[in-house]
Design a protein around this ligand. Structure first.
Ligand code: NDP
Length: 419
């Protein structure tokens, strides 16, 4: 019996909203609010005849804390699900604190304007201190820990697949499979084909920023940073087959390094086809991935935002995408004094997702964990005051919910390891 405000109505939010509407006994009322209200209205009209969840919609610019506060005060939700963009994480957290409401999101904070001198000073000091140069990190949101604790509120960070389910897999392995985890390899494989020469599976700006950045991994207590795409491996993924994958920096490595005691190494690999990499390199070389505004015919434009306008909207890839995703974690470590390996992963079929909720599997594998994270908070399973990432909670009810609502786990106790 809960009232939830969902901010954002893009690819991921649309799946999460479909899923909330399948669990109407918990999500009794939802308000879908986004910058473009017409998208919220369209989705609400589609879902209303299929669900007993009461759906309303609203317009909000979540960059503006006061607008979010006004919306929360008028709607009075128990939880705000931030499924807009990482740029809005802090403004929405501020609004939740001001109104005494729990918070969750699917990606950690990163600024829209990476040329902002005030932000850049802090960023450069962090690069120096920590040893990785990604624009996003947890420090901004961890800085809210005390405020959420004092307010008696919970903020759940990063409840998508990766971050999100991958951390629950780590917590599960630590709880049930190992006495000591030595290494974690997170493997994110998308074996889907949408037949466009180039498109990104989620927000192009966020996606291209992430994959064009230097890679990094955690080893023996510190970060090792490497040039973008310079570590490549091949892996034979269950139900997908052989794929090339590349080591990337990824946000959950940062929190796992703190929360998995004694872990020696954590790496993240994502699969990319050659055509994707060639397009990305070319776009980068001509300056199209830049976030620095340029003057074009008297008007200021940001190259990566212009590129976003040209590329296919990820939300439209659903009907064209065939194949499967396979995302999971491979562990090495010890149990009862003996060496042990373990692989836990999910396989998701693009066409089946489209049939169920009208979206491809990349949105689906993020939107379902967003709903399941909200379910944990709304049913009292994951409530503790403060700011937490997924591995800091009991993984069992979350993985049970994922099994039930569309992302069942698979396991292997003798996986092929990544060298
Ligand atoms: P989309 O670009 O498809 O959707 C973003 C939505 O947020 C749109 O509805 C957009 O509105 C809205 N929005 C943007 N800015 C504002 C604003 N200032 N105020 C209100 N609404 C706003 O993104 P995705 O659905 O692909 O991604 C959503 C989130 O999920 C991102 O944070 C992304 O990083 C994260 N993600 C996490 C993954 C994981 O595994 N953890 C994997 C994939 C994505 P409008 O329509 O007006 O543009």
């Amino acid at each position: 019996m809960s009232k939830v405000l969902i901010i954002g109505c893009g690819g991921v939010a649309s799946v999460a909203i479909h899923k909330c509407c399948q669990v109407s006994d918990v999500f009794t009322e939802i308000c879908i609010a986004s910058r473009t209200k017409s998208k919220c209205d369209k989705l609400a009209a589609k879902l209303a005849p299929t669900t007993s969840t009461k759906i309303t919609t609203a317009q909000v610019n979540a960059d503006n804390t006061d607008e979010v506060i006004a919306l929360i005060r008028s709607y009075q939700p128990e939880l705000v699900m931030n499924i807009a963009l990482p740029y809005q994480d802090l403004t929405i957290m501020d609004a939740c604190l001001a109104c005494g409401v729990n918070y969750m999101d699917t990606a950690n904070y990163e600024p829209e304007d990476t040329d902002d001198p005030a932000w850049r000073r802090i960023y450069e000091a962090r690069c120096e201190k920590e040893g990785f140069s990604a624009y996003f990190d947890y420090s901004w949101q961890w800085a809210y820990r005390e405020k959420f604790e004092q307010a008696g509120l919970t903020a759940l960070l990063g409840s998508g697949f990766d971050p999100g389910v991958t951390q629950a897999y780590c917590a599960y392995a630590a709880k049930h499979e190992f006495d000591q985890i030595d290494t974690i390899d997170i493997l994110d494989c998308n074996g889907g084909d949408h037949s466009y020469p180039f498109a990104t599976n989620f927000n192009p700006e966020i996606n291209l920023r992430e994959v064009s950045a230097p890679g990094s991994y955690w080893e023996n207590g510190h970060w090792v940073e490497i040039p973008a795409m310079s570590i490549k491996r091949e892996y034979d993924f269950d139900q997908v087959g052989h794929k090339d994958m590349y080591l990337l920096h990824h946000e959950e490595i940062e929190s796992l390094a703190q929360n998995i005691p004694g872990v020696r190494r954590i790496r993240f690999f994502m699969t990319f086809g050659q055509s994707y990499l060639d397009h990305m390199r070319c776009l980068e070389n001509v300056g199209m991935l830049s976030t620095t505004p340029i003057l074009f015919e008297g008007k200021e434009i940001v190259p990566i935002q212009f590129l976003k306008a040209l590329l296919p909207d990820p939300a439209t890839l659903g009907p064209r995408t065939k194949g499967k995703t396979n995302i999971g974690c491979i562990f090495t470590g010890k149990k009862d004094g003996k060496d042990k390996t373990y692989y836990i992963y999910n396989i998701c079929d693009h066409e089946a997702c489209y049939k169920e909720v009208g979206s491809q599997a990349v949105s689906y594998t993020t939107g379902v964990p967003a709903m399941c994270g909200a379910l944990m908070l709304l049913t009292g399973k994951w409530n503790k005051p403060g700011v937490y990432t997924v591995e800091e909670f009991d993984p069992d009810p979350y993985l049970d919910a994922l099994d039930k609502y569309g992302l069942p786990r698979s396991e292997s106790h003798a996986p092929v390891l990544v060298d």
